[in-house]
Design a protein around this ligand. Structure first.
Ligand SMILES: *Cc1c(COP(=O)(O)O)cnc(C)c1O
Length: 375
């Protein structure tokens, strides 16, 4: 028995992955960072591998090790590595590690020496995002050091990679510029005898709009979860997450009743209030106060007043709502319920943040479409 739940449709995740695979000849890395964008890292990883993904993207070393501890043997890339992490645990667990600087590469080499086995490395070039990665000016030095470490059998350069800044704005001039820089970086690597098995730069938006950016491997995140990386474009994806709760209590109140903290909402007429057990501890942004839509009994209401830590209130007028009824915050939209995109719009954020927030540990997650274990 649950009062609030997040339901994840693994069949939708498999279908979305199939749609993405149909659009590329490259291998697909399923990006499962952030607890699978709030959908649950392990079930998503298994569903993705079952649907033809051949790589997993984990972001942190901890996430990568958790995938290995669960018995998943597919290649896993970890890329957000700060100094002093136990990278030897990654090497020992066969986790691919990103190196974005000479210092980062040195840490990977030290880890390989400690384990007594070459580390699998992806060298990261900053082609224009201005975040992680080596700048073009330091790239030849990084490549030269990597070539030497590879000759010494301390590392195997498995990948060369980068990340787009504006792939979600098709036609943005930075996309072509980054591709040009990426190709130049690959040429430099080639001059030092580095021929990585996988060259990769494409995220969901680039998978769907830039076939010329697919190279050998694409990294699928938000699109695999069924949400569009470009909200104005419908790519035929199916949202996998539904957030819903049972109404805790309803009551009639008179006109003029202030609702929730600060009384920022006041009932305009006698009405029925419904209390829904979902608050900011469960992932509801406080910015959803008096704005985000919630479906209840075939109607869609705006949240009345402030979002609290544990609950929200709906003003249902004279609708026959009762304790125990199901309130749907968002879902695929099939039955007229709001979507994560609707929530993102009113909360002034992106669909990525909405679903990731709802991965809160307090809310039980239930899965539809589970199959046998893969990976
Ligand atoms: C999160 C992430 C992705 C996935 O991006 P989407 O837009 O969700 O497809 C790909 N690559 C890197 C480096 C990331 O951090």
């Amino acid at each position: 028995m649950w009062q609030a739940e997040v339901r994840v449709d693994l069949g939708a995740i498999r279908d979305n992955l199939t749609l993405l695979r149909d659009r590329t000849a490259a291998e697909v890395m399923a990006v499962v960072k952030g607890d699978g964008y709030g959908h649950g890292m392990l079930p998503v990883a298994r569903a993705a591998l079952g649907a033809g993904a051949t790589w997993l993207g984990a972001c942190t070393l901890g996430e990568a090790l958790e995938l290995r501890a669960a018995g998943i043997t597919a290649p896993v890339l970890a890329w957000l590595l700060t100094p002093g992490l136990p990278l030897h645990e990654g090497v020992a667990a066969d986790v691919d590690l990103s190196a974005a600087s000479l210092a980062g590469l040195a840490e990977v080499v030290a880890a390989a020496r400690r384990v007594g086995r070459p580390a699998r490395v992806h060298l990261k070039i900053d082609t224009g995002l201005g975040r992680s990665g080596a700048l073009a000016a330091e790239w030849p030095v990084l490549i030269e050091a990597a070539a030497k470490a590879q000759a010494d059998e301390m590392i195997e350069v498995v990948g060369v990679w980068s990340h787009f800044a504006c792939a979600d704005e098709p036609g943005h001039p930075s996309i072509d510029a980054q591709l040009e820089n990426f190709n130049a970086a690959l040429a430099v690597a080639g001059r030092y005898g580095i021929a990585p098995r996988v060259r990769h730069i494409a995220n969901s938006a680039a998978i769907l709009t830039r076939p010329d950016a697919h190279f050998d491997l694409v990294r699928a995140g938000i699109a695999m979860y069924g949400l569009s990386p470009i909200p104005s474009h419908d790519f035929g994806l199916r949202p996998a997450m539904t957030a819903r709760a049972r109404v805790m209590l309803t009551k009639r109140v008179p006109a003029g009743q202030g609702v929730s903290y600060g009384h920022t909402y006041v009932t305009p007429a006698e009405t029925t209030l419904a209390v829904v057990p979902f608050g900011y501890a469960d992932g509801v942004p406080r910015a959803a106060s008096s704005s985000a839509p919630v479906a209840l009994g075939g109607q869609v209401y705006r949240i009345a007043g402030r979002v609290c830590m544990d609950q929200i209130v709906l003003d249902c007028g004279d609708a026959p709502v009762a304790a125990g009824d199901l309130a749907v915050l968002f879902g695929p939209g099939d039955d007229g319920e709001p979507t994560a995109d609707d929530w993102a719009r009113v909360c002034d954020t992106i669909n990525y943040e909405i679903v990731t927030r709802f991965g809160s540990a307090r809310v039980p997650r239930h899965y539809d479409g589970e199959r046998g274990t893969v990976g």
